[in-house]
Write a protein that binds this ligand. Structure first.
Ligand code: B3K
Ligand code: ZN
Length: 844
């Protein structure tokens, strides 16, 4: 397979002035007629007229109305073209019905829908399918579907057709078309300059009652982007469509966002608090792309983080404003460590801006998105809030309507702040998570912190330069008073010291407050000091982190030395959980144990080969001991989390229910499942119903409730995804592969729906000890399923191969088993480019 390199970028030799498309819809024989106005660029170095095209039947092609015979290749066509502006016309036939890859134009439940990012438009018609080619689009859809939508504003509609025009030049990856039997949930929004915008959420009949929350999230996002970034919406309508079969969360097509139904549909009865929070964030994310992604897009796909990192950063700011900033920050740190750190420290490591790829869809990663967002956060911390917004304003002014690079982004910050950011740019070019070793001295009232940074080698990058690292630090007195409030230390060298003078006694440092950089902090410290910070730190992140470190240390000692759960840590937890002055959401986070996978990594980092079963046993023992030591107060604490009044999916209610879930998990360990069964019985919302069922299933006491749940929800696809996932997630490790295998034979299982596939297989790969069963049954099942799925849907297959990325952590026997499965996948005949690239990199 061909490898593409950032360094090979060359501009396209033509401008595209406008695009007119006609779609004649038919499930297996859709015709696409295109008229594309090209103007040769006078100063172009390369004037090759190459149009991308894949899986298209070319019916006819014309230039300025005269029939031509282009030369067809596997990936597109070339043709002799005039030296002056000309009109390219083509008619192609495509088969949406047969499109199981869910890229290009495909059908989902009888409805037509598209996904073009990154390179799906070339499966719709011949086109220079690259993000730096921007043009206006006029679209006419012909068919007998009730609703027929495309980008931009509606122009005309009548019996059997609908016409749309998008006045904003855009790359083809933002093109969208939807047609089907849809109903809308309408609303409106007045922008701050007084423009009326019609808003719609389009869903399948029967889902109308699940639109309200998403619509409110959209309106809040629109207002927030005006207020915080000064960005207004720019079309007369904004449409959102919910689709059941979708490879990822959602897509920011101009004026016509398409959502995985799991990321937009919500109701208290069917959605959990985390669903609501995620939906709010994704609606915001896609909406924010209108400026960061659509008005200003990427020059090429290597620049993906330009739009994704920035937009993730913006949606995180939004969530922090709508909900609780400290809780969001802690959740993001947990997520980054769970998904991005393993990527950054394994065979799939790549820079935030990668330099090569075979299949770009494989680079929509936690590194590009989440680490990309962390990089923006560091930049903001370094230049300060005001300078950040000034620079971003300049970015919008200078680059509106353009396809840009990371260099353009950095330049607006350099120009507006006068800072040299060349060293900072290393964050974009060098992969790997920096380790930050800390030591300290205290003498004559001066306290000195010395940091040493190093980044381990990653594939293709042996040498790493020192990065600019903003380290937010505060100092506390032994009594817990804040001696030095949060200060950002700017580290630029491999080793660097920072001093604080005029102190009466040695302070307790609180380092990396607010998780100010995506690094691994390595500091020898005592359990006492951690317990002190857990009790007294004024920064919620480092306070939570102190507890997390204690939890990790205790679990590691249990696994490594057969120790008992750490008594002091148990005491600290007991104190915290009883402290009513603390936000319940924060208490829930402190009670959430580190994942078994995280413990496995921590052991591997210490040179100990992790044993998944032992790690699992330690987690169970710890939870059991905690439950017993809290037994007197558990029922009372639990009862206090039951919220009165109707369900509200807000941060306060969600925090209380999160604590409720944690406590019910503990209570179920000592009351035989009584409280959980009662909660299940009385549940009037999905959050508590789901929690109760999970607790019961984990205790192997939920059979009747599970059946009842199935009966109640079997017609709701999204709730059934939860049911499938819960079975696997709560299964005892030795049962997990069998449970998952049985579920793949269930009458409601379908490999073609990515949500359902992920519900079962994703849950298996996240049941750490279950997936890593010593007999290899977990590995075998996942590989079987991936091989079957690859023939239908390469994108989702390739994504799920990441379950194997940590293979090097484990013992020889497990390694051999995983390698054998990876080899088996790799040798599958006709394997997709997507999966082949992923498996090859993992094996490397
Ligand atoms: N930009 C899309 C992701 C497209 C993924 C293509 N494989 C969604 C988002 O980030 O908002
Ligand atoms: Zn995005």
């Amino acid at each position: 397979p061909e490898t593409f390199y950032l360094k090979d970028y060359t501009p396209f030799g033509f401008d595209v002035d406008s695009v007119e498309l006609i779609f004649r819809l038919a499930p297996d024989t859709t015709r696409v007629l295109s008229k594309i106005h090209f103007t040769p660029k006078p100063d172009a170095a390369d004037r090759t007229f190459f149009l991308h095209g894949e899986q298209l039947s070319l019916i006819s092609a014309r230039i300025d109305g005269a029939e031509v015979t282009p030369e067809l290749t596997a990936s597109g066509l070339t043709c002799d073209v005039p030296d002056q502006p000309f009109v390219w016309g083509a008619e192609v036939e495509i088969n949406p019905q047969a499109n199981t890859a869910l890229e290009g134009l495909y059908m989902s439940n009888g409805m037509y829908c598209t996904q073009c990012e990154a390179e799906g438009f070339r499966k719709i018609t011949y086109y220079p399918d690259r993000p730096d080619v921007m043009s206006t689009f006029s679209v006419r859809i012909e068919g007998d579907e009730k609703v027929m939508l495309s980008n931009g504003n509606p122009v005309d509609t009548g019996g059997g057709f609908a016409e749309w025009h998008d006045p904003w030049p855009k790359p083809a990856y933002l093109f969208a078309l939807v047609a089907g039997d849809l109903v809308n949930h309408p609303d409106r929004f007045t922008t701050r300059s007084g423009k009326e915008v019609l808003l719609n959420i389009w869903v399948r009949p029967g889902d109308e009652h699940k639109c309200d929350f998403g619509m409110n999230a959209l309106k809040k996002s629109m207002a927030w982007d005006e207020e915080v970034y000064g960005r207004e919406y720019d079309l007369d309508v904004f449409n959102i469509v919910a689709v059941d079969d979708f490879n990822m969360g959602a897509m920011e097509n101009k004026g016509l966002n398409i959502f995985n139904s799991s990321c937009v549909l919500a109701s208290p009865e069917t959605s959990t608090d985390s669903n609501f929070e995620r939906i709010e964030a994704i609606i915001a994310h896609e909406y924010f792309h209108n400026w960061t992604g659509n008005r200003i897009t990427c020059r090429d796909w290597f620049q993906l983080c330009l739009k994704e990192g920035l937009t993730v950063y913006r949606d995180a700011q939004f969530t922090a404003d709508m909900r609780s900033a400290p809780v969001k920050r802690i959740e993001d740190a947990i997520d980054l460590r769970a998904r991005q750190f393993p990527e950054d420290n394994g065979p799939l490591a790549h820079p935030v801006r990668p330099e090569s790829f075979q299949e770009i869809n494989n680079f929509y990663t936690a590194t590009v998105y989440e680490k990309g967002a962390e990089v923006i956060g560091m930049l903001k911390r370094l230049v300060g809030d005001a300078a950040y917004y000034t620079a971003v304003d300049l970015y919008f002014d200078r680059h509106d309507g353009q396809a840009c690079t990371i260099e353009d982004w950095i330049k607006v910050f350099e120009d507006s702040t006068g800072r040299d950011l060349q060293q900072f740019k290393t964050w974009y070019s060098q992969a790997g998570t920096p380790r930050l070793k800390v030591s300290e001295t205290f003498a004559d009232g001066t306290y000195t912190l010395t940091f040493r940074q190093s980044t381990p080698p990653t594939p293709g990058q042996d040498h790493k330069d020192p990065k600019v690292i903003p380290i937010a630090v505060g100092l506390l007195s032994a009594e817990g008073a804040e001696l030095v409030p949060t200060t950002v230390l700017e580290m630029t060298q491999a080793e660097q010291s920072f001093s604080f003078e005029g102190l009466d006694a040695q302070p307790v440092p609180s380092i990396l407050r607010d998780f100010s950089a995506p690094v691994i902090l390595d500091r020898e410290t005592s359990a006492q000091e951690r317990a002190f910070l857990l009790a007294h730190d004024t920064d919620p992140f480092t306070r939570w982190e102190a507890g997390r470190e204690l939890a990790k240390a205790s679990r590691i000692a249990m696994v490594k030395d057969g120790a008992s759960p750490d008594a002091a840590y148990l005491e600290a937890l007991k104190t915290l959980v009883r402290d009513d002055t603390l936000d319940p959401a924060f208490r829930a986070l402190v009670l959430s144990p580190p994942s078994e996978s995280e413990i496995a990594q921590a052991l591997a980092d210490q040179g100990v080969t992790p044993d998944p079963d032992a790690i699992h046993d330690a987690a169970e023992t710890f939870a059991q001991t905690l439950a017993q030591s809290l037994s007197d107060s558990l029922p009372r604490l639990f009862a206090a989390t039951l919220v009165d009044g109707p369900y509200q999916p807000d941060a306060i209610g969600a925090g209380s229910r999160a604590l409720n879930g944690r406590l019910l998990g503990l209570l179920t360990r000592i009351d035989g499942g009584e409280a959980a069964a009662r909660q299940y019985e009385e549940a009037d919302n999905m959050t508590v119903q789901n929690t109760a069922l999970a607790c019961l299933l984990k205790a192997e006491k939920g059979e009747s409730q599970s059946r009842a749940f199935f009966e109640q929800w079997q017609d709701d696809r999204l709730v059934m995804d939860k049911w499938f996932a819960l079975q696997v997630a709560t299964a005892r490790p030795e049962r997990a592969p069998t449970v998952a295998a049985e579920l793949t034979k269930h009458r409601l299982f379908t490999i073609k729906n990515p949500n359902r596939f992920r519900a079962v297989m994703g849950a298996l790969s996240m049941n750490h000890a279950g997936f890593h069963q010593a007999d290899g049954s977990g590995y075998r099942l996942l590989a079987d399923q991936l091989i079957a799925l690859d023939a239908l849907n390469p994108q989702t297959t390739a994504r799920m191969c990441t379950a194997f990325q940590t293979w090097k952590r484990y013992d020889d026997a497990r390694q051999a088993l995983m390698l054998a499965e990876l080899e088996r996948i790799k040798s599958t005949s006709g394997l997709s480019r997507d999966t082949n690239e992923m498996v090859s990199r993992i094996l490397d």
